[in-house]
Design a protein around this ligand. Structure first.
Ligand code: AMP
Length: 177
């Protein structure tokens, strides 16, 4: 069993298909016998992700700062909920608990979490695969930015190659598990 740390939006967004993408990803991850490590909320895409995993009887581990328990409505159905003190601690704890990572569509918090892990890989503190679910091309501009960094030699090939990109959930899970 692999514990997969998933980063995704705390909001729902305005694209009706996004919720289904998150729910479906959680369900597929759990169906494969992986456990989900995530931000612990019950709202938005994060909530749908956890609901999808729970619907498949998956293990769901939330990591949420105390100050966000009310705001992000800590998920009552989670198998375990780690309540930490700060946002920095949340990222640290998620990294301690995860064997691999996957990023789903989200906003700036999602990107903060993604780059926390990418920079940890760059510095050699982390050695796990990092997936980017590029559903409907959502992350195309971000991938283009990473490729620009590589072109300008501002990021090394080893770090760039660590970010695995797939458009389909099954394809990315195949490469993370
Ligand atoms: P967003 O993509 O902005 O909807 O945020 C997704 C999740 O990332 C939410 O649960 C935020 O609370 C969380 N988040 C935002 N900033 C940080 C941070 N600096 N460290 C850890 N988590 C964060």
């Amino acid at each position: 069993m692999t514990a997969i740390g998933v980063f995704c939006g705390a909001r729902t967004g305005n694209q009706p298909w996004l919720l289904e993408v998150a729910r479906d990803f959680g369900a597929r991850l759990a169906h494969r016998g992986h456990s989900l490590v995530y931000g612990g909320g019950s709202l938005g895409l994060m909530g749908a992700l956890a609901d999808g995993a729970l619907a498949e009887s998956g293990e769901v581990i939330g990591v949420i700062p105390e100050s966000m328990v009310a705001k992000e409505r800590a998920h009552r159905g989670a198998t375990a909920m780690h309540v930490v003190q700060t946002m920095a601690e949340r990222k640290q704890r998620m990294m301690q608990l995860s064997d691999a990572y996957c990023t789903l569509p989200g906003g700036v918090g999602t990107l903060d979490e993604l780059f926390e892990v990418v920079t940890a890989v760059q510095l050699g503190f982390e050695n796990a695969p990092i997936g980017l679910l590029n559903v409907r091309g959502y992350f195309d501009p971000l991938i283009a930015m990473l490729d620009r960094m590589l072109e300008f030699e501002l990021v090394g090939p080893a770090t760039r190659e660590r970010v695995i990109v797939e458009r389909e959930a099954e394809a990315i899970l195949d490469r993370l598990g």
